[in-house]
Design a protein around this ligand. Structure first.
Ligand SMILES: Cc1cc2nc3c(=O)[nH]c(=O)nc-3n(C[C@H](O)[C@H](O)[C@H](O)COP(=O)(O)O)c2cc1C
Length: 207
């Protein structure tokens, strides 16, 4: 049990190169993952989350146009990105219109300019655990996901495409969903925990 969970935690990766673009995903599978996602912790258990699942290729195509435009601007501006991450992210941007499904995670409300640290953390933190649970549940079902935020540069335009009431609802991320091509998924390239943890008192990272 612990082993299975640990394995899932380490191997739920962004599936971009190995996504089965163009191969539909059964809605029942996506719904099953969302049933687990809504068990996630969230501020005051207010459950202000909404999940817009998009599997209509015409609508995905409209989303993809904004996603690609936003990504191109982002890649042009960010020169420090790991080349492998950049290449995978660019591939996803190029092929976004072929992604089988998207889950757009939204929250009721909109942060006021100058929101406090507690407000910002409480707001965005009230959906990220659910999105990660969704990704874990998907990976347990051999579905590959990737959490993306690039389209938020065009949040208002995408709100129009999806009928999301922009003034009262914040989009937080779009998770791409599809079957995974090939065999197992490896652990993520990460700094060891010992380099980034401190006991009892802050210390500068060892790496
Ligand atoms: C807040 C956040 C935003 C992200 N936005 C994007 C994105 O817009 N496009 C993309 O391709 N990947 C995006 N990612 C995925 C990261 O690039 C990825 O998690 C990271 O490179 C580590 O790779 P791994 O998930 O395969 O271990 C995002 C991840 C997070 C947590």
């Amino acid at each position: 049990m612990i082993g299975d969970l640990d394995e899932a935690l380490a191997t739920t990766r962004s599936i971009r190169r190995r996504l089965a673009f163009g191969e539909p995903v059964d809605r029942a599978l996506i719904r099953a993952c969302l049933e687990q996602a809504v068990q996630a912790p969230n501020g005051g258990n207010r459950q202000g989350w909404r999940f817009v699942v998009v599997d209509d290729q015409t609508v995905i195509g409209q989303f993809a146009d904004y996603y690609r435009k936003a990504s191109e601007a982002y890649f042009a501006a960010d020169t420090g990105m790991d080349p492998q991450v950049r290449e995978a992210a660019q591939l996803l941007a190029r092929r976004m219109h072929e992604v089988p499904a998207l889950v757009v995670g939204c929250l009721a409300g909109r942060l006021a300019p100058g929101a406090s640290a507690r407000e910002m953390s409480g707001f965005y933190g009230s959906i990220y655990p659910a999105l990660w649970s969704f990704m874990l549940a998907a990976s347990a079902r051999r579905l590959g996901t990737s959490l993306t935020t690039a389209h938020l540069a065009y949040e208002r335009e995408v709100a129009d495409v999806l009928g999301i009431p922009y003034e009262t609802t914040t989009q937080v991320a779009a998770v791409t969903v599809g079957h995974i091509l090939g065999g197992g998924v490896g652990r993520g390239p990460r700094r060891p925990a010992d380099e980034v943890l401190a006991w009892n008192r802050w210390r500068e990272s060892a790496g």
